[in-house]
Design a protein around this ligand. Structure first.
Ligand SMILES: Cc1ncc(COP(=O)(O)O)c(C=O)c1O
Length: 387
């Protein structure tokens, strides 16, 4: 067989997927490993997709997405956080947020360029950057600062080949939200060093405390022209399997991403886009239900961890993840996760898969039912007391 390309070999298999495979050996285990809403998509979205298909929306659609969805999404972001984009040229509908990130990386980075990535950060960033033959330069996030990114650490990480900075607030896996003043300072650094900013905002809707503000860097003066905002229906409306995301950005870069879209997947299915319009128009109930359930779970997890031996955590600001420091157990995060699975019947994700600064932590995703969450925490506590 001829050799498989270096690019393909750059792709990485995230540790969360490995845990799913291991967890299959323990069918009674309670899982804190799932990175998606524990709710099904509500009926109105499904009905809208069905109606669209029945009425003939079964053909190729425009490369940049159906006009109705582009318009509805631009209106939604304007109403929710004041971001003002032209639905004709400054938005593209993609196959989930993931494709939007991938197209944004190709559009901004040449081979050998450097991109600043939060560490710990979403595992797929690392594989995607390797696949475009660019280099990850980690921006360290510290538990003592609740994993909130600081402008000073961004500036220190910049190299002569740095072309872009990736932000993710609220963050997977830390749940941290970048402080607005720090975000303004990061914007200044990005401008001074002429960087692209890819702002992954797929957890934007999950902010729990009234005194925490989650801003988009694109809303800061002068930033819209250098920022690609990535958004998605997956988490906000419990639609992970629909694979609908988008990117907002300056027209020239969105135009290039649209041509690449044609070259790769051509377009996103029309009936699914119709379901997404229904989510924007009537999805506020599911979002409110999920938020309230996750907030209850978050508070329960934080209180329970504080009461467990050998582990500790920060209070996460948003998303539905929490990083738990397990270093005092004497195990590395992988060994901790595997033993907790087999001996305690609880699934968590070792955080070293989210970058080197994730070592010594495990990620819990608190999207389960209240009962499962309480039972999972009870099991974890009783296993820890046996150590
Ligand atoms: C930080 C982050 N960005 C982007 C995505 C991609 O989401 P999707 O492609 O389902 O929109 C995920 C999914 O888990 C994520 O955690």
């Amino acid at each position: 067989m001829p050799e498989i390309s270096q690019r393909a070999q750059g792709a990485l298999y995230p540790s969360v997927r490995e845990m799913f495979e291991l967890a299959a050996e323990e069918p009674d285990a309670i899982s804190f490993a799932i990175g998606e809403p524990g709710f099904d998509t509500p009926r109105p979205m499904i009905d809208a997709a069905y109606e669209a298909a029945v009425h003939g929306d079964t053909h190729y659609t425009p490369n940049r997405g159906a006009a109705g969805l582009r318009e509805a999404w631009c209106r939604y972001r304007l109403a929710h956080d004041g971001l003002d984009y032209d639905s004709d040229g400054e938005i593209i509908i993609t196959t989930g947020g993931m494709e939007a990130i991938y197209l944004a990386l190709i559009a901004t980075l040449d081979i050998g360029d450097d991109i600043l990535i939060p560490d710990p950060g979403y595992a797929n960033y690392f594989g995607q950057v390797r696949m475009v033959h660019a280099n990850v330069v980690p921006v360290p996030l510290y538990a003592k600062r609740s994993f909130r990114m600081c402008a000073r650490d961004v500036e220190t990480a910049i190299t002569p080949r740095t072309k872009a900075l990736l932000l993710n607030s609220p963050s997977n896996p830390t749940g941290a939200i970048i402080d607005p003043e720090e975000l303004a300072a990061i914007a200044k650094v990005a401008t001074e060093h002429d960087l692209w900013v890819i702002s992954d905002e797929v957890y934007r809707a999950f902010v729990y405390d009234d005194d925490v503000r989650c801003l988009s860097i694109a809303s800061m003066p002068g930033m819209k022209e250098r920022t690609i905002v990535v958004d998605s229906f997956s988490k906000t409306f419990a639609m992970t399997g629909w694979r609908i995301g988008c990117a907002f950005g300056p027209k020239p870069v969105i135009d290039r991403m649209t041509i690449m879209q044609e070259n790769v997947v051509s377009c996103v299915p029309g009936s699914l886009q119709a379901g997404a319009v229904a989510a924007l128009e009537g999805g506020s109930d599911i979002l409110a239900t999920m938020k309230s359930a996750y907030q209850t779970n978050r508070d329960m997890v934080v209180a329970a961890i504080a009461d467990m031996p050998l582990v500790s955590c920060n209070v996460p600001d948003g998303a539905f993840y929490i990083l738990v420091d397990v270093s005092a157990t004497g195990m590395d995060d992988h060994e901790f996760a595997v033993r907790l699975l087999h001996e305690g019947k609880v699934v968590v994700t070792p955080a070293s898969g989210f970058g080197s600064r994730g070592r010594g932590f495990v990620r819990l995703s608190y999207v389960g039912t209240t009962e499962d969450t309480a039972e999972g925490l009870r099991r974890m506590r009783s296993w820890l007391t046996t150590l």
